[in-house]
Ligand binder design. Structure first.
Ligand SMILES: Cc1cc2nc3c(=O)[nH]c(=O)nc-3n(C[C@H](O)[C@H](O)[C@H](O)COP(=O)(O)OP(=O)(O)OC[C@H]3O[C@@H](n4cnc5c(N)ncnc54)[C@H](O)[C@@H]3O)c2cc1C
Ligand code: FES
Length: 511
């Protein structure tokens, strides 16, 4: 059986620190110790600012530990789309900012001597089923107009698979995201930054000072607050109507070292597939020697969060797709999944929090490119907090509205409206007896929808299935053993504790 956690979880230990136990003050309070929060904190500390980082769980406990960590300025939604939505200047700035993010990651690795397997590699975009060569030609033209270093080749360098024509993106990158994050956390602490895990923020009030309050009734006062919790928990509606949660799946397959060229690979399907390799050792995989092993990491099969029940079939389809194109792939060692926030116009929301005081900042809307968007957040938010101008400010402004994104906005919000019909449907099972150990299901109990998890000993854990954000009904996610809200992406662990916003609270207890 493959391990049901990520390669990154397997090859690093979770890092926690003491929780925050008394009121504190700093120049900046950053909420969330994923790549966005820690990069921002690190950049500010390098500029001599005092920083407090709080995280509800641990360093990298969120989506940064389940990523696949492509570092790319090939935009997921395509440059053709970015050009249409943001215009030629916007497309150039998007290219520049993602390129600068990869450069910054490399610079941090070098400056701080991080051993996180950072590599510069090329990326290859090849045609998916039904796509035509002219689709690639249009993307080539749009990417070049945006300033991307890209060319067209007759085939990608994959032995045993005829990819057909492809685009090659130069100077992309990859790394081990958790080793990077942990190294950056150490560097931040050496610079005087403080990190408190097990410390959940519940409210953020802007003003002089901004005040962040925690679930343990402790306050942090700061000249500025940054909400980098992947999906902001303090914003009820504004941002959440402009981004939608999607669940995505990843596999790690063992490959003889060197059998597949280390590169980033993507196809043009929708949802698209994304592939890369990570060097590890036999010992790290449980063997008794240090022989090198490559793990081929393939991702895809995305669906709207909380709106599919066929995780096993999705993993199976992903494995079939991968083995057909990468015949050197052997045993499946890992399978995992996670959530991405897709914005209606393809780029992140990074800047001043809409409708808030001027000293509350947010980084969200990763659009499947959270490694670079998180790093862009570190650069851009540092400039904004220090009062410096930055050419990317308008492009990533969380308050922006792009008229070309109206159709996507209507589509996603109609989908949200339809989810409220779940209030009226029967439960997924009619009795608790039908729930297998270690799984969950929504049942109807005295007219209420209840999220029931049965643990491996058969003990029952019940919470209200009503999401505390705006009242949609959560769904059991068998791939991640979580309760996922189909509306704006709130997520709760199997016992109902919130670990991803926008819900401000856990699922309510029921008797
Ligand atoms: C399968 C998969 C593949 C991906 N592949 C890529 C890729 O190849 N390239 C790429 O660029 N991106 C990729 N992404 C996206 C990327 O991983 C994420 O966008 C990125 O890790 C998000 O980082 P973050 O810092 O914004 O959030 P997170 O890493 O989720 O960090 C948020 C932190 O906030 C904490 N938190 C939450 N609420 C609170 C609270 N109330 N108080 C205190 N702390 C709180 C959490 O515990 C967590 O540690 C992928 C994502 C998935 C799921
Ligand atoms: S996340 Fe908005 S209703 Fe659940």
């Amino acid at each position: 059986m493959p391990r049901s956690h990520s390669l990154w979880h397997h090859t690093t230990n979770a890092v926690t620190t003491a929780p925050l136990r008394k009121h504190a003050r700093a120049d900046v309070c950053v909420i969330g110790a994923g790549i966005a929060g820690l990069t921002t904190a690190y950049q500010l500390a390098r500029e001599g600012r005092s920083v407090i980082v709080i995280d509800a769980v641990a360093i990298g406990a969120g989506q940064t530990s389940v990523t696949t960590a492509h570092l790319s300025n090939q935009i997921d939604d395509s440059y053709e789309e970015i050009l249409r939505l943001h215009g030629p200047d916007g497309a150039r700035l998007a290219c520049d900012s993602h390129r600068a993010a990869i450069d910054r990651i490399q610079a941090i690795c070098e400056l701080e001597n991080l051993t996180c397997a950072f590599e510069r590699i090329d990326g290859y975009l090849f045609l998916g089923k039904r796509a035509k060569e002219k689709d690639l030609d249009r993307e080539l033209e749009a990417a070049r107009a945006a300033g991307v270093e890209v060319d067209k080749l007759p085939a990608a360098p994959v032995q045993g698979f005829q990819s057909g024509p492809c685009l090659r993106f130069r100077q992309q990158g990859q790394f081990h995201p958790m080793k990077y994050l942990q190294g950056m956390a150490n560097a931040l602490q050496r610079l005087g930054g403080q990190i408190y895990t097990g410390t959940k923020a519940v409210t953020v009030e802007g003003g002089q000072p901004a005040i962040v309050r925690t679930a343990d009734h402790i306050a942090v006062e700061a000249a500025a607050a940054v909400i980098a919790t992947n999906s902001p928990f303090n914003d009820l509606v504004t941002i959440h109507t402009k981004q939608a949660p999607y669940h995505t799946y990843a596999l790690g397959l063992r490959v003889p070292p060197g059998a597949i060229t280390h590169a980033l690979y993507w196809d043009t399907e929708d949802p698209y597939h994304y592939v890369r390799l990570q060097r590890t050792t036999n010992r790290e995989l449980g063997g008794d020697n240090d022989d090198p092993v490559d793990i081929l990491i393939a991702g895809g099969e995305d669906h709207k969060a909380g709106q599919a029940k066929d995780a096993d079939e999705r993993f199976q389809r992903l494995a079939t797709w991968t083995r057909e194109r990468f015949p050197a792939a052997r045993e499946e060692e890992f399978r995992w999944s996670g959530q991405v926030m897709e914005t209606v116009d393809g780029l992140g929301f990074i800047g001043r929090n809409p409708l808030d005081a001027g000293n509350v900042y947010v980084a969200t809307g990763d659009s499947g490119m959270g490694m670079t968007h998180g790093t862009i957040a570190g650069i851009l938010l540092t400039d904004l907090i220090l009062g410096r101008s930055n050419p990317w400010t308008d492009l990533y402004d969380p308050s922006r509205v792009r008229s070309g994104a109206a159709v996507e906005w209507v589509k996603e919000n109609l989908n949200v409206a339809l989810q409220y019909a779940s209030w009226l449907t029967p439960g997924e099972v009619s009795s608790i007896d039908q729930i297998a150990p270690n799984t969950g299901a929504v049942i109807v109990d005295h007219g209420r929808k209840v999220a029931v998890f049965k643990d491996e000993r058969g003990e029952i854990h019940k919470r209200s299935a009503v999401c505390p954000h705006l009242g949609c009904i959560v769904a059991w996610n068998s791939a991640a053993s979580s309760w996922d809200c189909p509306c704006h992406g709130s997520r709760f662990d199997k016992f109902g504790a919130m670990f991803n916003g926008p819900s401000p609270r856990d699922l309510e207890r029921v008797t």
